[in-house]
Design a protein. Structure first.
Ligand code: URA
Length: 202
């Protein structure tokens, strides 16, 4: 059974935050195009903290040095603050993936990952899971650094069913923790209803 307002029933390794009134209210605020930048950051941070707490509770992931964060630049960096609010001195790495102009495929441009990442749970951060193209590339990078697939928790605010399917069909052992699963993607690969461009929230 889906916990969402859509017909899509996510696979069992997708954890969707319970739809409380509080979460509904937070979503309404961040979806509203009249919400100013300060409020957008404040309220999206509240959702991000809920995601991080869910991720840290999952499978007994403890706060004691066994986790790290990795943000998918640039939008994922907006989630670092919420992660630090919950896990004070957590190490956070970064991965930059962009579309290769020649091949149109996602390409790794930069990766700086915490030492010992292969022994940690990784909270992978990207607020919007749309097609899953950069997420898949980022997960491949983590695995190439020795991270175990079942120790990756991919945290998003809003996910599209297409992106969930793309990621889970390649990596069936990781977990996706999301606040909302929306209807799908439009022709520009934006999430519908989504919240537009996450990076342009002013
Ligand atoms: N990134 C965004 O900022 N918005 C989307 O809808 C999809 C990806």
């Amino acid at each position: 059974m889906s916990t969402n307002n859509c017909t899509y029933s996510p696979p069992s390794n997708v954890i969707c935050l319970p739809r409380t009134n509080q979460l509904e209210a937070l979503l309404t605020i961040i979806r509203d195009k009249d919400t100013n930048r300060g409020d957008f950051i404040f309220y999206s941070d509240r959702i991000i903290r809920l995601l991080v707490e869910e991720g840290c509770e999952f499978n007994g992931v403890s706060f004691k040095g066994k986790i790290c964060g990795v943000s998918i630049m640039r939008a994922g960096e907006a989630m670092e603050h919420g992660l630090r609010d919950c896990c004070r001195s957590v190490r956070i790495g970064k991965i930059l993936i962009q579309r290769d102009e020649e091949t149109a495929q996602p390409k790794l441009y930069y990766a700086k990952l915490p030492p010992g990442i292969e022994n940690r749970y990784v909270l992978l951060l990207d607020p919007m899971l749309a097609t899953g193209g950069s997420a898949i590339k980022a997960i491949e990078v983590l695995i190439s650094y020795g991270v175990k697939e079942d120790k990756i928790l991919f945290l998003n605010l809003i996910a599209a069913p297409e992106g969930i399917q793309a990621v889970i069909s390649k990596f069936s052992k990781l977990k996706i923790i999301t606040a909302f699963i929306d209807q799908g993607l439009n022709e520009k690969k934006y999430i519908i209803p989504g919240l537009g461009d996450f990076g342009k929230s002013d």
